[in-house]
Design a protein around this ligand. Sequence first.
Ligand SMILES: [Zn+2]
Length: 258
Amino acid sequence: MSIAKCRRMWGLAGAQFTIPPMGAERPEPFTFVCPPILIEHEKGLVLFDTGCHPNIMNDIVGYWGDFWQMIAVKFAPEETLDRQIKGLGYKLDDVRYVILSHLHMDHTGGMALFPNAKFLVGSNEIRFAYWADPQQRQFFVMGDLLPTRGFNWLEVDQDYDLFGDGSLQMLKTPGHTPGECTLLVTLPSRRFVLTGDTVHTRQDLAEEKPMMIDYDPAMAVQSLKRLKQLRDQHNATIWIPHDIDDWHDMPHAPAAIE
Ligand SMILES: [Zn+2]
């Protein structure tokens, strides 16, 4: 793996949620986490997803809307994105690129912290976020999106090699949303497939099961199969950011993965 130009990667803590049982689809309470992932490339810092806005610590309904009154939140002030990046010894402006797996509100809460970064997102995602299909409207939060309208956005309509060195590849895995993307990261000693919400749990990956709120479930299953192909092709580890077992199995900041 001598081409690797990424030096290290950190999983950053974020909000943890528990949703009550949802009929036959999820008969048990479901707990998930929302870690942003920071990567140090030799050309600068790259952030994959930005977690949740700190406003939800005390007033999730006020910030995300009535739909979310059924969810329990654990999110501590020391787990905010800015405090963690600064805790690693960086300034927020050191983040040169922000890659969004998609624009659901548990991924967009920290976007406004990086007005000088270049933002990358899959094609058709931005328009959909501002005027989503009715069953997805509760997953996009204007409080996160509107402050970024003047930012430097690039919509990626095919697989995209960020630095042209193969070390950070943004790969199209649509279905959960129109622009959902996965990030393939090559570190000095191992590779990761960071799935975003292309899949939500290890069990769903094993069963190749889409999520009930996916924008296009058939497309989501094709993308889920692509994750496994990427894993096998690149001898990579799949990291499902929302999966709490994956979170517990990975080192967290300040510990880095190299
Ligand atoms: Zn999502």
